[in-house]
Design a protein around this ligand. Structure first.
Ligand SMILES: [Zn+2]
Length: 179
């Protein structure tokens, strides 16, 4: 264990424990190493990636955030998926795509705070699509089929809609035609 080991907070550990109990599955003994290794895949990135319970407490959708420059926060739901779905290759791809998506936001964002105007919605929509493409390129070597399975995995995890996972193409096209 190294610099990453202290990034797994008690609330994250408790969240995984409760989730595993709910699902009646056993947490692997080396789950902290599993969590650390999943982040080590992105060791070449210049910023930091950390698990954060506080960032989206209570949201049961795997998600990540790139609001703070140089830092990507991964929520507790992702942490529990990483531990409990370790043997699912689509989970690893979905995580890589999520991190790639957030890395793309960190590189260059056209983020527009005026969410309520047509221009603002359009700029944000373009920004999200751009980040999705960046995620596939960075996380999955631009593999279309891996992206498709990764997206299906993410959809299967989704109970509620959230900002970064609602990549519903029909809805997007519908919004786009209204602009
Ligand atoms: Zn995004």
């Amino acid at each position: 264990m190294d610099l990453y080991s202290n990034c797994i907070s008690i609330p994250i550990k408790v969240y995984i424990y409760i989730d595993a109990k709910k699902r009646r599955v056993i947490i692997p003994k080396d789950y902290l190493t599993i969590l650390v290794n999943e982040l080590k895949r992105f060791a070449n990135w210049k910023g930091k990636i950390r698990y954060s319970w506080f960032w989206s407490a209570g949201v049961h959708v795997p998600n990540a955030s790139a609001t703070i420059p140089g830092l990507i926060l991964v929520n507790a739901e992702w942490a529990t998926k990483i531990v409990l779905n370790q043997d699912n290759p689509h989970m690893h791809d979905a995580f890589a795509m999520t991190i790639g998506h957030e890395m793309t936001h960190q590189e260059k964002d056209f983020y527009y705070f005026d969410l309520f105007t047509a221009d603002g919605k359009f700029v944000n929509w373009v920004d999200e699509v751009h980040a999705d493409f960046g995620g596939v390129q960075k996380g999955l070597d631009s593999s279309r089929s891996r992206a498709l399975f990764a997206m299906k995995y993410k959809l299967s995890c989704k109970k509620k809609k959230d900002k970064d996972t609602r990549r519903d193409v029909d809805k997007q096209l519908d919004e786009f035609t209204k602009l």
